[in-house]
Design a protein around this ligand. Sequence first.
Ligand code: ATP
Ligand code: MG
Length: 293
Amino acid sequence: YALSDDNIRVMRKLGEGSVGTVHKIEYIPRGKIMARKLMAVYPDEANHRQIVRELRLLKQCQSPYIVKYYGAYFSADDDGQSIAICMEYCAGGSLESVYKRVARLNAHIGEGVLGKVAVAMLNGLVHLHTYKVIHRDVKPSNILLTGRGEIKLCDFGVSGELVDSIAQTFVGTSYYMAPERIQGDRYAVQSDIWSLGLSLIEASQNQFPFPPPGHPQLSVIELLEYIIHMPVPGMDPKRFSPDCCDFVRQCLIKDPSLRPTPAQLLKHPFIVASAAKRLDLKSWIEQVWGAKK
Ligand code: ATP
Ligand code: MG
């Protein structure tokens, strides 16, 4: 009963990103609901075997803060070859879809929920780091909520082979990249922390924080230059506590050698307090989506 196109039933499309399409599926032999991400890859058998080997690492990276990985398979049709990655279906959607929904309700996500997001992300990043994995793509669309109100990371960069063989030219330019990444330096665990800080601000104000509101539109290059050279954004001190604002300030320290690591930030007062707080995220996410989801 290996995972394959023959053993699954596609239910509906969940979303589309720059390199793939995600569907809600049923794995028929076990009646199990999953999410499947399809990515077009260049045809190369040896390469594909290497990708599957590398993806096995995902199986070992299980944690309550990481989206469960069930397996991967290759799929070929007239349009070409794809790799299908099957993972836990997260009924609460991504933090991006959640804040956009909240925005349509004319509201904002508050400090309690964002504190829980930060706690989960730091724990997930610390966990990945024990496997020497750096996420490389932390952003609101890669932070998922389950129907039980858990918050989890997905889409981390384990497979160098996979990144190399994705049949697309512009992979890897992201506005969530830390300044050191924009300048072509090596990734460090701290680079993910920068992306987390930006994601928290974005989710708090229902829009990406660069360029600041009121600033004229910028081209891609201008925006990346802006991120490197101009002042960093922060949480609105009128809506968020001094501890919360300080936490995000620490995330957005431009010099990666001065920016704290995920393990260090787990000791920050905002995180310690958020981790201890009781918050019914299951009811919260149900309220956000209403009865229909
Ligand atoms: P990018 O391609 O730029 O990284 P992205 O993260 O939005 O953007 P995908 O990773 O392909 O692109 O995901 C597309 C969308 O599918 C996500 O935005 C999310 O809303 C949804 N999605 C992804 N994985 C799951 C999952 N496991 N459960 C539920 N929804 C998911
Ligand atoms: Mg994604």
